[in-house]
Design a protein around this ligand. Structure first.
Ligand code: CMX
Length: 440
């Protein structure tokens, strides 16, 4: 058995038993009240999920197993001579619940390297799509094509015992994570680089190898960016669309390929992960409208107002939970200050940050006028020459696999129930409210 699986068996399974017993013993504990607004506003703020890997605080931002992003950047192991921690270490932390040693982190990486071979038919399926197919659609279809490999689906068909569901979910999740960079890079090179592909380099860490396959093998700055990018986009507790979709689809015992592909279709929405491409599109359109160059803060203000007056959202701003600047935005800003402080596009992103919160804050309905993760990421990628912004959400998707698939292993270890909330009609609600006021 591989070491990380052994660690999960040693540490994760007893913890899962403890959690299950705790949940059972406290089944009657009230978890807050909710109103009709909670129901009609997309269940915002309603506690409806248990997700072990991370927890989001509206003011402070995300914590992965209790660690904030600045703490992770300090405590997770990194390679000698580099500055950013490796996503391999974050995955270990999310799955096992402990910060790994260097060797434990390294073990995750070599485990993924062994699993990284993508079946040939997956490339053929991608190649069968029109070249104009959005990269997120290609990505989702490629993940579905890989479902032929699902060990969970095969085990279920062979009558696996419930208590072993986690084993096969673990196998599928590890295989998927190991293969996603190759699939994503293939989509990138096929779509934008004349179908000229770059073979993986098994000596590199997961994020650096991804950078290498995209065409950035000689660029240490881009490799550092990929390590940071893959860490900060990995997880954002369980209720966001991609994490919740993975959990929901997985709750039907659909295998990890089916669940993760569905999640990617959610990530591809402009209110979720696609916002990272929309931010760059929005800035480039602003520049184009002004005939190029760096817009003044007044021009940015006018453009924000124009965007809102046209009934559109300002991409990269606002959040369903956060009520302050996203620490994932701040981490990217720090990275930019070190690596590219004079980049024009990065400076425009910072100018938008100077003016947007004031303007958005004046609209009473907008609950959070501050930037989210997507407000900054595109400018960093463009700095290194990755300008094909339709591809940006695929990068987000590769990273998101780390969080949602480690959570799916936990779902299986915890024996999580089929998700099936109650829905009602508006007539049912009217009758209930009428009956309540009559009773008063
Ligand atoms: N620009 C303009 N209007 C905005 C806005 C923004 N950035 N953020 C919120 N609003 C509007 C909403 O569209 C909504 O308007 P209506 O009542 O007319 O529908 C109103 O303000 C209330 O929204 P909210 O309660 O503040 O925010 P929600 O929880 O409904 O939505 C989010 C959150 C992120 C979808 C929203 O802020 C938004 O659309 N932002 C821009 C898109 C974006 O950056 N998405 C990425 C989020 C991070 C991620 O998942 O990757």
């Amino acid at each position: 058995m591989d070491k990380i699986k052994e660690r999960f068996e040693e540490i994760g399974l007893p913890k899962a038993t403890e959690i299950k017993e705790f949940l059972k013993a406290n089944a009657d504990a009230p978890m807050g009240t909710y109103t009709l607004d909670s129901v009609s506003s997309g269940m915002k703020g309603m506690i409806g999920l248990i997700t072990e890997t991370s927890l989001l605080d509206a003011e402070e931002g995300i914590r992965f197993r209790g660690y904030s992003i600045p703490e992770l950047r300090e405590k997770l192991p990194r390679l000698e001579g580099t500055t950013e921690p490796l996503p391999e270490g974050l995955f270990y932390l999310m799955l096992i619940g402990k910060i790994p040693t260097y060797d434990e982190m390294y073990e995750v990486g070599s485990n993924w390297t062994k699993r990284a071979i993508v079946p040939k038919h997956v490339f053929e399926v991608i190649d069968a799509l029109p070249i104009s197919t959005h990269p997120m659609t290609q990505f989702s279809i490629a993940i579905m094509a890989m479902q032929t490999e699902s060990e969970f689906a095969a085990a279920y068909r062979n009558g696996v015992n419930k208590k072993d569901y986690w084993v096969h979910t673990f196998e599928d999740s590890m295989n998927l994570i190991a293969r996603l960079p190759r699939v994503a890079a293939y989509i990138y090179r096929r779509t934008y680089k004349n179908n000229v592909h770059i073979e993986p380099n098994p000596k590199l860490d997961w994020a650096a190898n991804f950078a290498h396959m995209l065409g950035y093998g000689d660029n240490d700055g881009f490799k550092e960016l990929m390590r940071l990018y893959m860490v900060i986009h990995a997880d954002h507790e369980g209720g966001n669309v991609s994490a919740h979709t993975t959990h929901l689809v997985g709750s039907a015992l659909s295998d990890p390929y089916l669940a993760f592909s569905a999640a990617m279709n959610g990530l591809a929405g402009p209110l979720h992960g696609l916002a990272n491409q929309e931010v760059i599109r929005w800035v480039l359109e602003l520049q184009e409208a002004l005939g190029g160059g760096k817009p003044s803060k007044q021009q940015i203000e006018d453009y924000i107002n124009k965007t809102i007056n046209e009934g559109k959202v300002v991409p990269g701003y606002g959040h369903a939970v956060l009520r302050k600047t996203d620490p994932r935005f701040t981490a990217q800003m720090e990275f930019a200050k070190t690596h590219m402080p004079n980049d024009e596009l990065v400076n425009i992103v910072w100018d938008v940050y100077d003016v947007a919160p004031n303007i958005l804050g004046n609209f009473k309905k907008i609950k959070n006028p501050w930037p989210n993760v997507d407000a900054h990421s595109g400018a960093l990628l463009l700095h290194y020459g990755l300008k094909e912004y339709d591809f940006f959400t695929v990068l987000f998707g590769v990273s998101r696999a780390l969080g949602v698939l480690s959570s799916l292993v936990w779902d299986r270890a915890l024996g999580m129930a089929l998700e099936r909330p109650k829905s009602v009609t508006s007539d049912w609600i009217k009758n209930k409210i009428a009956a309540q006021s009559q009773a008063k």
